[in-house]
Write a protein that binds this ligand. Structure first.
Ligand SMILES: [Zn+2]
Length: 143
């Protein structure tokens, strides 16, 4: 099912762990509404970088999130966060491009130099920018 021009519900709910663990990963109608908002935002990211945005993780049901060790307050569980990469940009270049843009987000995290986590929020958008690496915990900014 298409959510926006370039994003489908299937790619926003994909998980290698869910079928393996027999865990349901179907969003509620509220989470689905959030995913629609998130994909509308990701369309702007797509325009910014001029090419495809490859999602590695979008929505995670609370059960799935627990199984993969996600944080309890994860925006992924609300359908408000996605992890992604873009071909031809390093994750850091991608994060920098989003940070330098006027896009309004809640949290942008460069994770392990492997992908970018981008989240919206129910409340005010903080435009918080962080980096996490093995052993460092969260660091302020893109470092
Ligand atoms: Zn994430």
């Amino acid at each position: 099912m298409k959510l926006t021009d370039h994003f489908t519900l299937e790619e926003m709910t994909v998980s290698v762990s869910a079928p393996r663990l027999g865990i349901e990963n179907t969003p509620s109608s509220h989470a689905l509404g959030n995913l629609l908002r998130l994909c509308t935002f990701l369309e702007q990211v797509r325009s910014l970088v001029g090419g495809p945005v490859l999602i590695s993780s979008g929505y995670r049901s609370p059960a799935l999130n627990g199984a993969v060790g996600g944080s309890t307050n994860s925006a992924h569980c609300k359908g408000l966060a996605a992890d992604f990469i873009v071909p031809n940009l390093t994750p850091k270049q991608l994060a920098q491009a989003i940070a330098d843009s006027p896009l309004e987000f809640d949290q942008l995290i460069l994770e392990y130099d492997k992908w970018v986590h981008l989240a919206l929020a129910d409340g005010p958008l903080r435009r918080e920018i962080l980096t996490i690496r093995k052993g460092t915990g969260y660091l302020s900014g893109l470092v």
